[in-house]
Design a protein around this ligand. Structure first.
Ligand code: MOS
Length: 752
């Protein structure tokens, strides 16, 4: 039990009672018993079912739809097309700011990508709506779709990611490479990846006059509310969104998507509540995806293995009608010390849905290329890949020269390597076999992700019965926010978890920002922490100014809150419970608000990142090329760990996605039609239990005094970085073959 210094309030809150405990999810029983109510579980009275009809071409226009046939089908109530779609207050193609993304809301007959909505059929049953959609028999005027990285002229995007420069040149890469004792040049390709959360996008929308009630999963309640308000020309307060549980988010539910808005439009058109749920295949287009990339890495090193240059170029894709640019090359900015670092991007416009945020956008794609290239240059230098990484360890952030607010990567390397048994690794490939004759390979990768914070708020209440309430419109995507944030709330109110009520997941609560960028726990945690500190501060004022209180006149010594009581710091025998203080004052409850946001001074002075090291073992059938990951160990340092149980689960999830990235996941596009051929969970491969036999995540202690008052860094996205590269490098170590196109295909291993 330790006290931590608060940034703006006196240190009168005791932390460590709930924070740090490996509690299981508070909503776990609800989820495993089927009691948790997801958006699509809602059935308000008189509700109708809406089904999207989607385009089978990727480019062109819809010439005709047999609306009459659909309407004749029993149970079909209405067919929404560009002809009768209710008017919007804002053009869905208006780009009001860089983070407003264009949507297809039946504004015209044009088709921008396959799986775009071209009509919505509304019916009494899901079956009738589905059948009605099938009867529309669309006819198209199709144009040749552009679907490959080489299908169009490329250009330098105005910015990548969230406003980062597309081109960064720190030193002269060509010159440094010319003088390097060792150098490599390699090109890596990563495929388009599409979102497959267990729960597809779903919405149940009901209008009552100009008030709108919605059940829908979202990672950003207030942003969704604002976007809907703008589109429909109503004030945000008129919109109530419930999003208590998400069946996965991963970025595709960060911004409200077109299909969700179509559900709201459908409800408006028919004047009844409407449910719209995307079919799995309809997820492959309108809700964002991870851009395909082609990345060229050039690296130079001195004779004894010190990096002299990193040149990372990424070619990426975006849609024909909007701008999102996967910042893949930026992965090279922050990890390895090199006097010269150059990164650049160029993009092509394709007939695809706009790529958007997908778990560790930029870092995930960039990391697999960077970590593979680091392995290649280490090999060129004849140095063990771990020793090479240690040799090129960045003591300060490369390019900016800023010190890290904290960095425990050395411990991650050391503890991960020890647990894995890395020291027994032969340096040459193809040196290890198992008892069945399979080739065994060991590889590693470094993980890193920025410790971001957005802006969020919370409201704290202490009631005269001594209990507390914490309210924040936070989002639980499955990561455990209901639990982790409640733990922070309990400590910030100096109460046990059983004595607080934690409210989250609806739009009427204080704006908690967005659950993205692995920033939610830090952002909302700090808001909660500040709200708790503020309400306890008020309580302390009340007591210290009251002659009848044992805390009267505590003065500069002040009070400390613990277990629902305030104690005088200079004499702990003098104390009073929260309830006693409020009851005597005749106050039923007191409340205060708190904000969570990045401290700009700390941000200016420090580079803030979480770090980790991942080690992987693969076994490859020497005849068939079949690859199995048999063992993985990841060690991660991400500041204060609010709940080790939940954090480990985030790390394991990230590592599994790393396996997926390296070996499984890939959208296969039919380049004749521009359609995705494997838009289903049978053929869009993701790892199953048999693909992940043994996996361990080590939590490395890290105290970061600068990142935020709670010392919390995000844990959601970091573990996908490093992991994919570790698996790819292990494949090389097993086989001696550098596969540079992901996911690694068996034919790459058998034909060589
Ligand atoms: Mo994410 S891609 O920040 O949900």
């Amino acid at each position: 039990m330790s006290e931590i210094t608060l940034s703006r309030d006196p240190a009168h809150i005791r932390h460590g009672s709930s924070i740090g405990q490996p509690l299981t999810r508070r909503d776990g029983v609800l989820k495993v018993t089927g009691e948790a109510r997801y958006a699509a579980d809602n059935h308000p009275p008189k509700m109708l079912f809406a089904v999207m009809a989607v385009s089978h071409i990727a480019r062109g226009r819809v010439v005709s739809l047999d609306v009459a046939a659909a309407k004749r089908h029993p149970g079909v109530v209405e067919v929404m097309t560009p002809q009768n779609r209710p008017a919007l207050a804002e053009d869905p193609d208006a780009k009001t700011n860089p983070f407003t993304f264009r949507m297809e809301l039946l504004q015209n007959d044009s088709v921008r990508y396959a799986n775009q909505a071209i009509a919505v059929v509304i019916a009494e049953t899901l079956e009738a709506a589905t059948e009605g959609a099938a009867l529309l028999s669309p006819r198209y005027e199709a144009e040749l779709a552009r679907s490959t990285l080489d299908a169009a002229e490329s250009y330098v995007p105005p910015a990548v990611g969230i406003g980062h420069p597309a081109v960064v040149a720190h030193g002269d890469a060509d010159d440094a490479l010319k003088h390097a004792a060792h150098s490599i040049e390699a090109t890596y390709e990563t495929p388009p990846q599409y979102h497959n959360p267990m729960e597809p996008h779903a919405i149940v929308a009901s209008w009552s006059g100009d008030a709108l009630s919605i059940d829908t999963p979202t990672q950003g309640l207030a942003m969704a509310q604002g976007r809907i308000a703008g589109l429909f020309g109503i004030s945000p307060e008129k919109i109530h969104i419930r999003s208590p549980f998400l069946g996965g988010g991963f970025g595709c539910k960060g911004l409200i998507s077109g299909p969700q808005i179509l559900g709201i439009l459908a409800a408006k058109l028919v004047g009844r509540p409407v449910k719209l749920v995307l079919r799995r295949d309809q997820m492959y287009g309108p809700v964002g995806h991870r851009s395909a990339t082609r990345q060229r890495l050039r690296m130079g090193a001195t004779a004894d293995g010190e990096l002299t240059a990193i040149d990372h170029h990424a070619k990426i894709t975006t849609s024909t009608f909007d701008d999102f640019y996967e910042p893949a090359a930026d992965a090279s900015h922050s990890l390895y010390a090199s006097p010269v670092i150059a990164t650049s991007h160029d993009a092509v416009r394709l007939d695809i849905g706009t790529p958007l945020f997908m778990r560790a956008p930029g870092e995930a794609t960039g990391s697999i290329a960077l970590e593979s290239a680091i392995d290649e240059i280490a090999e060129a230098c004849g140095i063990d890949p771990l020793d090479f990484r240690l040799k090129n360890y960045a003591e300060v952030e490369p390019i900016t020269g800023k010190p890290f607010s904290s960095k425990a990567l050395r411990e991650c390397y050391a503890k991960g390597a020890e647990k894995f048994g890395w020291s027994k690794r032969p340096q040459q490939p193809r040196r290890m076999r198992d008892e069945n004759g399979f080739l065994v390979g060991w590889g590693m990768g470094t993980a890193t992700f920025p410790a971001l914070m957005f802006a969020g708020q919370a409201r704290a209440v202490i009631r005269s019965n001594g209990s507390g309430v914490m309210e924040t419109g936070a989002h639980d995507m499955g990561q455990g926010a209901w639990t982790a944030l409640a733990q922070i709330a309990a400590d910030s109110l100096a109460l046990d978890l059983e004595h607080i009520e934690f409210k989250a997941g609806t739009s009427d609560l204080p704006d908690a920002g967005i659950a993205g960028g692995s920033a939610h726990t830090a952002t909302v945690g700090v808001a909660i922490h500040n709200a708790g500190a503020a309400v306890i501060g008020k309580l302390a004022e009340l007591a210290m100014g009251d002659q009848r209180s044992p805390l009267f006149g505590a003065g500069n010594a002040g009070v400390v809150a613990r277990d629902g009581r305030l104690f005088r710091r200079d004499d702990e025998a003098r104390s009073e419970s929260f309830g006693e203080i409020l009851a005597r004052a005749g106050v039923a409850e007191i409340e205060a608000r708190g904000d969570g946001a990045m401290d700009p001074a700390a941000q200016t002075n420090y580079a803030m990142r979480a770090h980790g090291a991942v080690f992987a073992e693969v076994k490859v059938d020497p005849d068939l090329g079949q690859i199995r990951v048999t063992r993985m160990v990841g060690a991660f340092a991400a500041g204060r760990i609010v709940n080790p149980h939940l954090v480990r689960s985030q790390y394991l999830g990230g590592m599994i996605w790393g396996v997926s990235f390296a070996l499984h996941e890939k959208a296969i596009v039919d380049h004749r039609s521009g359609r995705i051929m494997n838009a289903n969970l049978a053929e869009y491969h993701v790892p199953v239990n048999a693909d992940v036999p043994s996996m361990e995540a080590l939590l490395i202690e890290e105290h970061d005094p600068h990142v935020n008052p709670l010392g919390i860094k995000g844990v959601g996205e970091i573990a996908i970085t490093g992991s994919a590269g570790a698996v790819a490098n292990a494949v090389w170590h097993a086989t001696g073959i550098r596969v540079r196109r992901f996911p690694v295909a068996i034919e790459e291993l058998v034909t060589k």
